[in-house]
Design a protein around this ligand. Structure first.
Ligand code: ADP
Ligand code: ZN
Length: 731
């Protein structure tokens, strides 16, 4: 084989096809499929990936490969096959698929051996040293005493100290520099608990499938607190015993130090953590450990589904219904689908775990395409808490205008009086979600996005939550000059202010993306509340997930309606999931819990079903509604989104594309072109067309070609066109 098919490493439509190159004699036998090579391209030199080797080129005078950019192939056989599948399933360019599959450090040819990681640590008693005459050393020591052992560079940066300060402290014997043991082997191993009946039953079923050689899919539907994680841990252990690796995917937000530690203690030295906060070097290191079989247990968010385990026996998606499993930029893949692709490739087992399965997964189970396993009791003593719904329309009618209903206030007083903890949930940050003139109805809007500005009290004025545009709160209305400017739609800041007024002196913690952006602050707030230093926790969906606070006996949902009012066919599903999750935070300790949900839609089926902890009732109604409206899981959607600075040409291009789509009319319904729900975002206009049909995956080869041709035609397109197969959000 003297020729190679090479995919040029450049993200453009025109280069989405491989080019043929000759392999010079000195490189023959060394250039293999998956290798990164240097090639001439036009007048330039480029890098590219070898997809296959060929006997014959498709052109007369194929140019020559210049060199190997890395000695060994970066892409394995499985990955080469996956690239093609990703490109077709998600309408991405092949090279975008490659980029999703490989860590960035790798692609620059840095595949080299792992760098040794070291940590500096303050020795016991170092705090007593007198460093008053060496301020930099003092700062460095203080950082280490406060934050624990750190990589040298990080410690110096945090202290704003030069490297010499570190050396000096080392000389004084106040610091020790130590090797970081591979994946915290130093932690004591942990003994697994005895499984309870339902756990055992689910575990046995899946374990049996692990021993088979046909791919299998399970939906593990277990209520919060039913002990799903323990089932995962057993399965992973079995998988390792069979000499195969396992991937556990979790939503990024659930990847807490507690969770990581749990896994490291169960599988000492065998866990690779793939996390978005890793540096490129750390990612390459983790990647190498996985590829070489040193870390057969992979833990990470969405992108960890690509972990290069050579022998893969098991993939688990915890909280499989989470949006974050869908990538919102190219390749717009869903980790659940990629996981199933890989499971089939390896003839392994896929486990989808959730207390509130996505309708897609649940329907699949009903159809027999996966096996549904149910765990309906909690492992820890105590049942799911009773939930009360408070009709806020009635509160208003009876003259109660506070953001807390009388019911909730009373419950808060009782719980705090008993020294227990309260969690207040509201899925909206800031103080008020819009600023309005009472006289003329003027609403302060972002000039760059089609949304209202959110008021933030903490010295920041009004902020756009989509593009971060800021403006001062107007004193008089820019519309009519009136002075009746008012704030509406309470956010977490407003709740905090009200609580401080109603319970003066009561310490509280607020957790939302405004209070947790600083590294480590999330942990700090979490610890404060968990340790009981504060008895009220106010937060957004950040607190709904995964957290376990045994002291919480009351959960108050300030308004259940935020997600319900979104212009999205999944609004009902999101609301049910969120309410179920938040409710699950109550009564996880020895004392019984209680949940109060405030809403303006007290008869909505999502809210009623969540209050009854009744997934079956919810899914039946929601499936029926989806069937009537022909939405997923009964159909596929393809969203074509046109984005441009000017409105006119955008409509023209969208209409032209809609005409092209006419030839696919037999496959489904064409909706649009129409303004996207967010018509303007960051100064760009957005128009969409949605193709809705029963089986759209089959269209991919032909429709994808049509899209690429449309995008690379001459004269060039006057906008961007992105394609999303089964989008999670249509905003
Ligand atoms: P889920 O993920 O289903 O909401 P978790 O996996 O968080 O539930 O389990 C809840 C708690 O119960 C955890 O603290 C876990 O360690 C504990 N647990 C799980 N299984 C058992 C068991 N068989 N016996 C005792 N405790 C268990
Ligand atoms: Zn904006």
């Amino acid at each position: 084989m003297e020729y190679a098919e090479v995919l040029i490493d450049q993200v453009t439509d025109a280069l989405d096809r491989p080019f043929h190159y000759h392999i010079p004699p000195e490189l023959q036998g060394k250039v293999k499929p998956g290798c990164l090579v240097k090639v001439p391209f036009g007048a330039r030199r480029c890098q590219g990936y070898v997809l296959r080797l060929l006997r014959e080129p498709d052109i007369q005078e194929a140019k020559e490969i210049m060199a190997l950019a890395a000695p060994e192939p970066l892409l394995q056989k499985e990955q080469l096959a996956l690239i093609s599948w990703l490109a077709h399933r998600y309408y991405c360019r092949r090279i975008e698929a490659v980029h999703a599959l490989l860590p960035a450090g790798y692609r620059r040819g840095k595949t080299g051996g792992p760098r040794r990681k070291r940590l500096v640590r303050a020795v016991p008693g170092a705090a007593e040293a007198d460093l008053s005459r060496a301020p930099a050393q003092q700062r460095l020591l203080r950082v280490l005493l406060e934050r624990g052992p750190l990589p040298p560079a990080e410690a110096l940066k945090a202290a704003g100290a030069p490297g010499s300060a570190l050396k000096a402290l080392q000389k004084k014997g106040l610091l020790s520099l130590e090797e970081l043991l591979p994946e915290a082997e130093s932690l004591p191993p942990e003994e697994p608990p005895v499984l309870q009946e339902e756990q055992q039953a689910a575990y046995k079923e899946i374990r049996a499938a692990l021993a088979e050689s046909a791919p299998r899919k399970f939906l593990l539907h277990g209520i919060t607190g039913s002990g799903k994680t323990e089932v995962y841990l057993r399965l992973i252990r079995d998988c390792l015993e069979q000499g195969k690796g396992a991937i556990l995917l979790v939503p990024e937000i659930a990847l807490t130090p507690q969770m990581i530690e749990h896994f490291q203690r169960r599988f000492p030295g065998k866990v690779a953590l793939l996390h978005s906060a890793l540096s490129p070097g750390e990612k390459v290191e983790a990647w190498n450990r996985i590829r070489e079989g040193r870390a057969p247990v992979v833990l990470g968010p969405r992108s960890a589904v690509f972990a290069p385990l050579e022998k893969l026996g098991l993939i688990i998606l915890d909280e499989e219904h989470e949006n974050s499993y869908k990538q919102e930029e190219a390749p717009r893949y869903h980790a659940r689908e990629v996981a199933w692709w890989r499971t089939r490739y390896h003839r392994g087992v896929l486990v989808l775990g959730s207390a509130t399965p996505s309708l897609e997964s649940y329907y699949e189970g009903l159809q027999g395409r996966s096996a549904i396993l149910t765990m309906s009791s909690r492992v820890t003593p105590g049942d799911l808490p009773p939930v009360e719904i408070v009709d806020m329309r009635r509160e208003l009618k009876e003259g109660h205008r506070l953001i807390f209903s009388r019911r909730l206030l009373e419950a808060m007083e009782q719980v705090l009086g008993r020294g227990e903890q309260v969690l207040l949930f509201l899925n909206r940050r800031g103080f008020a979600s819009f600023v309005l003139c009472r006289e003329c109805g003027y609403v302060a809007r972002c000039p760059r996005c089609a949304v209202s500005l959110t008021l933030h009290l903490e010295g920041e004025g009004m902020i756009c939550h989509y593009c971060s545009y800021r403006a001062e709160v107007p004193r008089t209305c820019p519309g009519c000059g009136g002075v009746q400017i008012r704030y509406f739609g309470a956010g977490t800041e407003r709740v905090e202010k009200e609580v401080r007024k109603l319970f003066p002196g009561e310490p509280l913690v607020r957790m939302d993306s405004d209070t947790t952006t600083r590294r480590g602050s999330h942990q700090q707030l979490y610890r404060r509340f968990r340790a009981g230093e504060a008895r009220i926790l106010i937060g957004t969906q950040m607190i709904a997930k995964g957290f376990n606070f045994p002291g919480v006996t009351l959960v108050g949902v300030i308004t259940a309606d935020t997600a319900l009012n979104l212009p999205d066919f999944r609004a009902g599903e999101r609301t049910f999931q969120l309410l179920t999750q938040v409710s699950g935070r109550a009564g996880r300790g020895p004392r019984e819990g209680r949940v109060i949900i405030q809403t303006y839609h007290p008869r909505h089926y999502s809210i009623l079903a969540a209050a009854e902890h009744d997934y079956l009732a919810f899914s039946q109604q929601e499936l029926q509604r989806r069937r009537e409206l022909s939405y997923p899981p009964f159909t596929d959607l393809i969203r074509f989104l046109f984005i441009g600075e000017e409105e006119e040409p955008l409509w023209a291009e969208a209409e032209e594309f809609a005409r092209l789509l006419e030839s696919y009319r037999e496959y489904g319904e064409i909706l649009g072109p129409a303004p996207a729900p967010l018509f303007k975002l960051k100064n760009y206009f957005r128009i969409q067309i949605i193709l809705k049909g029963e089986r759209l995956a089959a269209l991919a080869p032909s429709l994808r070609r049509a899209v690429l041709a449309f995008r690379s035609r001459k004269p060039p397109l006057r906008c961007r066109l992105s394609v999303d197969f089964n989008p999670q959000m249509v905003l």
